[in-house]
Design a protein around this ligand. Structure first.
Ligand code: GLV
Ligand code: MN
Ligand code: MN
Length: 409
């Protein structure tokens, strides 16, 4: 019989193809997309088979509920089911599938915990379709007080995408979860540390601060054959200099600071036309918000200097801002106790990647369990997790649930 951990891995792989992916030959599952809708239906069926009642909240999050022996605030076990473009199978869904396996194990032996358990599949951790990220866990944590006006790459406004699901900006704003006892998220590490330590699992101490800007560079479109080089106001050449400037600033910092330009569009986009308009994103992260903010300020000053020197227009807007998110010390100890009881070496590490836990920390204490992934590769179709490691994670999660139950007795 296949283990719960192996089944969780298998299900992540099953979600990697049509109709659960909207990308030919790879995985892309954007928030509120057809692939997301098909995945919600499939994951809901798995949740129901595991003994949960399911619903979709006002943000499009799928919530599965397993009643406890007593009512009260639930333990939330969650992660996300959206993906980056051409992403891997496990970044996000593995935490949801392992949550389902926890409930399946309890239900299979007729056990009820002294609190309800809710397994949530969030829909927008990645900023997978619209520029702002983590809107659905922000909504669940009650952190959204307005809905940004945004359109996806095809120009479809967020309000229309919500409407196609029978949702609206108002339902998104009202999707606040009533409260929780604790939050547990299992996630692939997305880095090489556990593998280098020859460890399957680690306890996360906290998540780095992150922010994103959208930058617009305005130049002058013109004929590629007739415009003399000194007379050009080339928005794409200017953006290229800006991107190298961003990289140089982050490299020179020498700390855990990282800065990335991962998306760029140039218009009008023809071989014989000088680009008149460029839009790109900047993602800046560091363990400390102050270091991140100093770097972001230096980057924006550098961009302004380059734009001025080249006679380009420059606009930028903050589209995403999350402070660092420490995990709860008591829950970290509980998770570590479960890890050690399952025969693992205690090991703690910080997360450079963002997670929905950053938002849920505003609702209740949070804990995160990292699972080794091959070569630390993530946001890449080559992402790989060993089923045996997922099974170890499942055992530790069940131990954590037992510890939490004992603390409620
Ligand atoms: C999510 O994967 C992020 O860290 O951006
Ligand atoms: Mn990701
Ligand atoms: Mn993720």
């Amino acid at each position: 019989m296949v283990s719960g951990g192996a089944r969780a891995v298998e299900r992540c792989r099953a979600l990697g193809r049509a109709p659960f992916s909207d990308m030919e030959g790879g995985l892309y599952r954007g928030w509120l997309s057809p692939a997301h809708r098909a995945s919600v239906a499939q994951v809901a069926a798995w949740m129901e088979e595991a003994g949960m009642a399911t619903r979709v909240d006002g943000a499009g999050n799928l919530v599965g509920r397993y009643a406890g022996s007593a009512d009260g605030p639930p333990l939330i076990i969650a992660s996300h089911i959206d993906s980056v473009r051409d992403g891997g199978f496990y970044d996000g869904p593995l935490g949801v599938m392992l949550g389902i396996e926890c409930v399946s194990a309890l239900h299979g032996t007729g056990r009820r915990t002294p609190f309800p358990i809710e397994v949530i599949a969030f829909g927008d951790e990645e900023g997978s379709r619209f520029a702002a990220a983590m809107l659905t866990s922000k909504a669940a944590a009650g952190l959204l007080d307005s809905v940004p006006a945004m359109a996806d790459a095809s120009g479809i406004p967020l309000s229309q995408a919500l409407g196609e699901w029978g949702l609206s900006p108002d339902t998104l704003l009202a999707a606040r979860h009533p409260g929780a006892l604790a939050y547990l998220e299992a996630h692939i590490e997305q880095g090489p540390v556990l593998e280098a330590e020859a460890l399957a699992l680690g306890v996360v101490t906290g998540i780095a601060a992150q922010l994103r800007h959208e930058v617009v560079v305005q130049g002058l479109a013109g004929h590629a054959g007739t415009s003399a080089m000194p007379l050009r106001r080339d928005a794409l050449a200017g953006a290229a200099e800006m991107i190298l400037g961003i990289e140089a600033l982050a490299r020179a910092d020498g700390s855990d600071l990282v800065a990335t330009v991962g998306r760029i569009e140039a218009a009008p986009g023809a071989a014989n036309v000088i680009a008149g308009h460029v839009r790109f994103t900047i993602d800046v992260r560091a363990g400390e918000a102050a270091r991140r903010d100093r770097a972001a300020a230096a980057i924006l000053a550098e961009l302004a200097a380059i734009a001025a020197r080249r006679g380009l227009g420059l606009e930028h807007r903050l589209i995403h801002d999350l402070p660092p998110s420490p995990c709860d010390p008591v829950l970290m100890d509980r998770l570590e106790a479960a890890l050690v009881a399952a025969g693992h070496r205690a090991y703690r590490l910080v997360s450079g990647a963002g997670h929905d836990a950053m938002n849920l920390a505003h609702l209740c204490p949070t804990a995160m369990l990292f699972i080794r992934c091959r070569d630390g590769v993530s946001h890449n179709p080559a992402e790989h997790v060993e089923p045996a490691d997922a099974q170890e994670a499942l055992a530790v999660m069940l131990g954590f649930i037992d510890n939490l139950g004992a603390s409620c007795a």
